[in-house]
Design a protein around this ligand. Sequence first.
Ligand SMILES: [Zn+2]
Length: 425
Amino acid sequence: MANVDKMLKDRERRKEGDWWAFPEGDTAFYVCPSVREEDDYAYYSLHVHYGVGEKNRMVVCLNTEINDILVSDPIRTFMTKDVSGGCPICEGIASGRISTNSGVTPPMEKWIWNIVPVFHRSSDRLPWQKMDPEVRSLMGNWTLYDGIMDGFASMKDVTRFDQACFILCTRTGKDMKTRYKVAPWLDTVKEPVNLIKKRPDIIAELKRSLRPGSDHDIHRLVAKNALDRAEIEALLGGVELAEDDDEDEGTGKNPVPNMKGGDAAKAILYDRGKGDEAAAPEGQAPPCYELDCAPDDAECQSCEWLKPCAAACGAELIVEESGGGGEILQASDAVKGERYLLDGKLVTAAGTAKGAVYFQDADGVKIKADPKHEITTASEVEEEAEEEAEEEAAGDRDALAELDGLLEDKASKAKKVTKKVVGKG
Ligand SMILES: [Zn+2]
């Protein structure tokens, strides 16, 4: 049975081509971080010519000085055409062979963004509708660029997963009378959205669709849309190209101002789960997996995915102060000079005398124990943490001599170190 919904959706997509357009009304959207970790920009600026050929096509300018994406490294994987040799349209305009009265424009700058539309309403008298999260690529004008960049200016980074700021685009009118108004969505400026907690579906969509080589890889989009010199010459000569049904020809980059694409988001998108697959239990991971590890949270503590998740998120695992999971022994097994946990306290074995086993705690106090008393081997991390805490405490004592006020702060820090122990496998 044919899936009509799917067919209709597919037709919509074909009509859209590679570039999404905002529907009329208000659309609140999330700005995606860059596709590649090493990209400095969450967008690409691209110069295009309009009004080329019978169908008034948009054509990517082949001047690589302004469209350096055409000669960038990542595009080589996708570019099947030879786009070197300069732009015949720019040359034609410069020599007078092409008149701009013909409708052909000089290179005009556009900006390619990936976004996820989140809410929409066709008029401000109607309620907001939640949209299914889907990454959309769009080739925007200055208004869009400027509006989104206002978001970056006021929020530092609107793409942050833990503090995302949505942008609001209001589209009015149709065709030549279409007007856009774009600005950060004030609700989310005042109260940024924690996507990890509130919209894991958006993050899941980003993980799914925003990857190098995906349909939203800007380099791939540009490679797909660029025409080579001969094809452009043909268009200029009035010859239509073989049907590839796309009206739009998008391409190019040329980074403009300065902006990094969401460091926090990057960490999640690009570094997730490195080397942790082996440790992951079988079955379906919870939706928060790799996103939001909070090992001091009871829910996280009891989750079987805790260890790989903490490793992927870079979170610190908390190990019980006592017990510690070491090997359980009897006091009589203690080797002189080695460290053990005795009743939850880190001690060093000091030897045996008169049928009893002696230990020494960190302060040098001797502890007598029955040979059958239970002790556990202390793991390295526990020892390190204890030592660290000791150093901190020693530092505190020195500091106290100098400055009373400093003590409290440091002591509380030392306490924290004792409690938080980096997890080990
Ligand atoms: Zn050009």
